[in-house]
Design a protein around this ligand. Structure first.
Ligand code: PHE
Length: 476
């Protein structure tokens, strides 16, 4: 056992034979990293979380978290990944040999499994909706009928699972093709198309009669709706949307060239991701109000809402096909980055070939994923834990617990464990480029991010109150 632990503690440098694949250009990195960030988190999760927690007030918190905590953590992830040039576990073993920081990586692998499981369920739904769009199923249907259409599909016995498996196999295929030939090549084409399409949908959504209510909901804050859970959810959403806290961007960072500018990359990716989230909110929330759907409808929101918009627009069928294809694509470029975390780990730490590593990861995720899909099916046996089904439980644990804690530990690691000049050296490409806001960045990473995340986390899960009460008793 001892020997095993010792071996497990050491970076596995000897076994990495082939030189690591790298992204070929700055555009390629941005496409891949923005491809990771922009996904179901923006188009599917952001609108329904915003809907659930009261709109604009949630949006403001979310934006503040993105800027003050998300951006510094993103830069930290890129930085440690590129510095170590290893998978998420190997990175911490290499930078801090013999220490236990690699646990951050293990948590990341866990989060990757959890997220892929529920992510692939929702992504799989888009296949059904592409088919519905192509065959003109939305035409002439009332909002109630479209709602029922989604429920019937969700409760169907096989289709959701088959689509989910197809999605996972597709993700696996691209990941197995490699970083440059798979990930980068697909992301470069797919991302720009996605942005153009969302803008077209925005134009239609804001000109719907009754759209004003939705825009007011999104942009006029009502802070009375914000409670501890909402604050934690805004933080979780910021991390989820930026792909932070589980090493996806550590892994991508490890494929970035030593001459590329990390800070501008992080800033651009953050900007793109935030823009797409807000644009998606603008496309979806006005429609929610215009068609009298509850903004807190939950995971089905885009699938229930947008068919109504398409139904009302000239050329709606064309746009509906395009939209669901793009939802699939956005999900795919993110899912790739999640799978890559696991595959890079299997390849480098377990010494598997890329192909076998991918097959093993996809197989394991599929098992988890199927349970997740079944937990949404009203005809299957449903087990609830803390009032949540398996899908909701995985989503909650990943987004509200593992990602914030992972982000907190990464910030802490960069701020307190690495040396400031080491960090500067990596960010400035060995003093070749100027790092404009280094002072601010380091301050945020060292003094703000770890503690702010911890506070929000403890507050959100209700522990802060207990601690404060405990202290009160102790002092008295
Ligand atoms: N950021 C992705 C999205 O918004 C999801 C994701 C989370 C990807 C964590 C990688 C890591 O859909």
């Amino acid at each position: 056992m001892r020997r095993f632990i010792r071996r497990f503690n050491e970076p596995n440098t000897s076994k990495v034979k082939k030189p690591r694949d790298l992204f070929s250009s700055k555009i390629g990195i941005i496409a891949a990293a923005a491809g990771s960030a922009v996904g179901l988190g923006n188009i599917w999760r952001f609108p329904y979380e915003t809907g659930q927690y009261g709109g604009a007030a949630f949006l403001i918190l979310y934006l503040a978290f993105i800027l003050l905590l998300g951006l510094p953590v993103m830069l930290s992830e890129f930085m440690v990944g590129r510095k170590a040039r290893h998978n998420v576990v190997g990175t911490f073993k290499k930078l801090s040999p013999g220490k236990h920081w690699y646990v951050i990586g293990i948590m990341g692998i866990g989060a990757a499994f959890f997220i892929s499981a529920f992510y692939s369920v929702v992504a799989g739904w888009s296949f059904e909706y592409i088919i519905n769009a192509v065959t003109g199923q939305f035409e002439g249907k009332s909002p109630e009928q479209l709602n029922q259409m989604f429920l019937d599909f969700k409760n169907a016995s096989l289709r959701p699972i088959i689509y989910q498996l197809i999605f996972l196999v597709l993700t696996g295929y691209i990941v197995a093709s490699g970083v440059r030939k798979g990930i980068e090549r697909y992301a470069k084409v797919l991302m720009p198309v996605l942005i153009i399409l969302i803008i077209i949908l925005d134009i239609r959504a804001v000109t719907l009669p009754g759209a004003g209510e939705g825009l007011k909901f999104l942009f006029k804050p009502d802070f009375s709706l914000i409670n501890a859970e909402a604050v934690l959810s805004a933080l979780g959403q910021a991390f989820f949307s930026l792909s932070l806290g589980m090493g996806a961007l550590v892994t991508y960072g490890s494929y970035i060239n030593k001459t590329d500018n990390l800070s501008s990359t992080a800033a651009e990716v953050t900007l793109a991701d935030t823009l797409v989230a807000v644009l998606a909110g603008v496309a979806i929330l006005p429609a929610v109000f215009a068609f009298g759907i509850e903004p807190s409808a939950g995971p089905g929101l885009v699938y229930i809402t947008l068919p109504n918009v398409f139904e009302q627009m000239t050329g709606g069928q064309f746009f509906s096909i395009l939209f669901f294809v793009l939802l699939l694509v956005a999900a795919l470029t993110s899912s790739i980055s999640i799978l890559e975390v696991v595959v890079a780990y299997f390849v480098e730490e377990l010494n598997l070939s890329r192909k076998n590593a991918t097959i093993m990861a996809v197989a394991l995720i599929s098992v988890f994923g199927m349970l997740c899909s079944l937990s949404l099916n009203e005809n299957a046996v449903a087990i609830h834990v803390f009032g949540m089904n398996f899908f909701e439980l995985l989503e909650y644990i990943a987004a509200n617990i593992l990602l914030p804690l992972g982000g907190m530990l990464i910030a802490f690691y960069v701020g307190w464990i690495l040396k400031k000049d080491q960090v500067y050296k990596e960010l400035s490409n060995e003093h070749q480029v100027r790092v404009k806001f280094f002072g601010v960045f380091f301050f945020l990473v060292k003094y703000v991010a770890p503690f702010a995340i911890l506070l929000v986390f403890l507050h959100g899960v209700g522990l802060l109150k207990l601690i404060v009460q405990g202290l009160g008793i102790w002092i008295n």
